[in-house]
Design a protein around this ligand. Structure first.
Ligand code: ADP
Ligand code: MG
Length: 257
C-alpha cells in the first residue's frame, strides 16, 4: 500500500515462511491467554489458517500496528482479528465508559455471525491457568465481568439500540449506516475506541458505505489500531486504507491459500 510496507506472499509450492517473520505456526506459540487457547480448542479450531498465522502475532505486538489483511472468502479472517482483539481487551469488561473496540461489517447477518464467534471465544475467562474455578462466584468477582458486546445494526429499534449503548459495551459490532445514525442522532461518542476493524471491506464498498465509513473514521481518535480485512483490494479500498490506516502491514495471500 505504501512503499516500505511489508508484503508477505505465500510462496507457491514452497509453502515455507521464515518463523521470525510470522511468529510461529500454532495457536499455542502466539502468547495467547490460556482461556483463549482453551476456547479455541473447545470450538474446534486446532491449527491457525495462513491469514491467522500471519496476522495474530503481529496484531499482538507492541507498539500496536495497523494491518491490511487480504485473503479469499472462507480463509478464516474473522479469527485473525477477533482473537487479538479479545486478548488486547484483556478478555474482561472495563467499567471505563465507552466502547474500546469497533467492528464495521456490511450486513446484519454478518454482524450476528461475528457476535456469535466472539462471544464463544471470550466465554470462560475465569482463572489464569484456563481451568474453570471450583468456586465460580468468588472467581467471577475476583476476575471481573465478561466482555460486553453490542450490536448496532439496521432492523433493530433505535430505542433498544440506545438502551444497549447505556449498558457500556466493550465491543460494538456495527453496520455503517446505523452506526452513523447513532453518532449523529444520539451523540454516540467513539472517542474511547482503540481498536477498529473494517471487515469484508470490499463488500462494505460495494454496498455504498464509503462515505459513511469516512464520516465514522473522522469521529475516531487518531491514536488507535486500525485493521482492514477483505477478499479483494480494489483501488478505492487501497485509497481508503491509505487515508485511514497508518503505515499498515500488508498481509496478502494468494488465491490458493
Ligand atoms: P472469511 O472471513 O475469511 O471468509 P471466516 O472467518 O468466516 O472466513 O471462516 C470461514 C470458516 O472457517 C468458518 O466456518 C470458521 O469457523 C472456519 N475456521 C476459521 N478458522 C479456522 C481454523 N483455524 N480451524 C478450523 N476452522 C476454521
Ligand atoms: Mg469474513
Amino acid at each position: 500500500i505504501k512503499s516500505g510496507t511489508e508484503v508477505i506472499k505465500k510462496a507457491k509450492g514452497k509453502g515455507k515462511i521464515a518463523k521470525g517473520e510470522v511468529g510461529g505456526g500454532s495457536f499455542q506459540s502466539m502468547g495467547l491467554h490460556p482461556s483463549l487457547l482453551r476456547s479455541l480448542t473447545l470450538q474446534g479450531y486446532r491449527i491457525p489458517t495462513p491469514i491467522q498465522r500471519l496476522s495474530i502475532p503481529s496484531l499482538l505486538a507492541n507498539p500496536p500496528k495497523d494491518l491490511v489483511g487480504m485473503a479469499r472468502t472462507g480463509s478464516g479472517k474473522t479469527l485473525a482479528y477477533i482473537v487479538p482483539l479479545i486478548q488486547r481487551l484483556g478478555g474482561r469488561h472495563s467499567n471505563t465508559f465507552g466502547a474500546r473496540a469497533l467492528i464495521l461489517i456490511p450486513t446484519r447477518e454478518l454482524a450476528l455471525q461475528i457476535l456469535k464467534v466472539g462471544k464463544e471465544l471470550a466465554r470462560g475467562w475465569h482463572s489464569r491457568n484456563g481451568e474453570h474455578a471450583g468456586d465460580k462466584e468468588a472467581e467471577d468477582s475476583k476476575q471481573g465481568q465478561n466482555l460486553r458486546w453490542g450490536l448496532v445494526v439496521g432492523g433493530e429499534g433505535m430505542d433498544e439500540q440506545f438502551e444497549m449503548i447505556t449498558t457500556n459495551p466493550d465491543i460494538i459490532i456495527a453496520t455503517p449506516g446505523r452506526l452513523l445514525h447513532l453518532i449523529v442522532e444520539m451523540k454516540l461518542d467513539l472517542k474511547s475506541v482503540q481498536y477498529v476493524v473494517f471487515d469484508e471491506a470490499d463488500r462494505l464498498f460495494e454496498m455504498g458505505f464509503e462515505t459513511a465509513l469516512t464520516e465514522i473514521i473522522h469521529r475516531l481518535q487518531p491514536c488507535r489500531q486500525t485493521l482492514l480485512f477483505s477478499a479483494t483490494l480494489p483501488k478505492s479500498l487501497v485509497e481508503f486504507a491509505k487515508a485511514g490506516l497508518q503505515d499498515p502491514k500488508l498481509v496478502r495471500l494468494d488465491a490458493e491459500s
